[in-house]
Design a binder for this molecule. Structure first.
Ligand SMILES: Cc1ncc(COP(=O)(O)O)c(C=O)c1O
Length: 309
């Protein structure tokens, strides 16, 4: 058995599994589960923040909508109503005793009568919670353009968040590490910029904001949030485009966005410094705005928060 003391903080938090809160030590699914061999799970990563009105889950509705889409696309069904599942998320956070962290709801194919790739009707539904501060060790990133291609729309539904797909970002990480970079930017089947391993990509040029259009990327919830904040709060023009690697490298600023990592400024791409090796002005402004909406201190965005109490 693996040494479980490697996750000291998470091991303090109970887990929701098939409708019940259980102690972390007893949070098991069976080794014969289909998901273990085939990565046949759909999941979300959701952040929890402390706000003046109490602990809140950020964009829970959007995450659960995306989970539903992933499940539908993969031929799975969540055996709980939306109301029950929202309540389950609140329950896990309350039971954790933490006001800040990361939730991971997952629906996964379970045990079938024999070992087969054919899907089973049995699903296990789990929600784990982990106290989480800053996601990456480094905030200001050096990135490289990856030789690992993003899974294409011809290989599956790229807008579904499926556990097995994440072998692709894993190879991307290995590529980045070999090149001495923090992250790598994956290209799509046409050689255009898609996204990073678990984040979407943006660049700022002449005061306008650019991000790859949908079709070859995960439709990031942080991506959508930042496009809205840039337009409404900063009055910026935003563009969802077919983006070549050269377009990206020409940016005055580059940053990555994702629920876990939030906003990470890129200070070097393919060995070339970006925005003098520092976080750029627009990236800083968006980071500040994102901090305000997630902490419930920017009026007008209350609807993005689901309070756990
Ligand atoms: C492949 C990929 N792209 C982008 C993102 C960013 O999406 P979001 O902002 O919804 O977390 C994620 C994270 O879930 C991801 O896994």
């Amino acid at each position: 058995m693996q040494d479980l003391s490697v996750v000291p903080e998470a091991s303090q938090t109970p887990v929701w599994i098939n409708g019940k809160i259980v102690d972390w030590k007893n949070a098991y699914i069976h080794i014969f589960s289909h998901v273990i061999s085939y990565g046949s799970g759909v999941f979300e990563g959701v952040r929890v923040y402390e706000t003046p009105k109490g602990t809140a889950i950020f964009h829970l509705t959007d995450h659960l909508d995306r989970l539903d889409l992933s499940a539908k696309s993969f031929g799975m069904k969540l055996p709980y109503s939306r109301h029950e599942f929202v309540e389950a998320h609140k329950e896990v956070v309350r039971a954790s005793g933490h006001a800040h962290g990361y939730l991971r709801p997952q629906i996964q194919f379970g045990v079938s009568s024999r070992i087969t790739l054919a899907a089973t009707d049995a699903t296990d539904v789990t929600i784990i919670f982990q106290p989480l501060g800053q996601y990456r060790a480094t905030k200001e990133l050096k990135v490289v353009t990856s030789e690992v291609e993003r899974i294409s729309p011809k290989s599956g539904d790229v807008e579904a968040k499926i556990a097995g797909y994440y072998t692709n970002p894993h190879y991307n990480h290995l590529f980045a590490n070999k090149k001495g970079a923090d992250e790598a930017i994956m290209l799509d089947i046409n050689g255009n910029v898609a996204e990073a391993s678990s984040s979407n990509v943006f660049y700022v040029k002449d005061g306008e904001l650019y991000t790859p259009k949908t079709g070859y990327i995960l439709k990031g919830i942080t991506r959508k949030t930042l496009l809205e904040l840039a337009e409404k709060e900063l009055g910026m023009k935003t563009h969802e485009v077919v983006m070549s690697p050269e377009d990206l490298r020409s940016g005055d600023e580059i940053f990555l966005s994702g629920t876990a990592a939030e906003i990470d400024p890129v200070v070097e791409i393919d060995g070339t410094q970006i925005s003098n090796g520092k976080i750029g002005d627009v990236t800083q402004k968006l980071t500040d705005l994102y901090g305000k909406v997630t902490s419930g201190t920017l009026p007008g965005y209350e609807q993005w928060l689901t309070y756990v109490n």
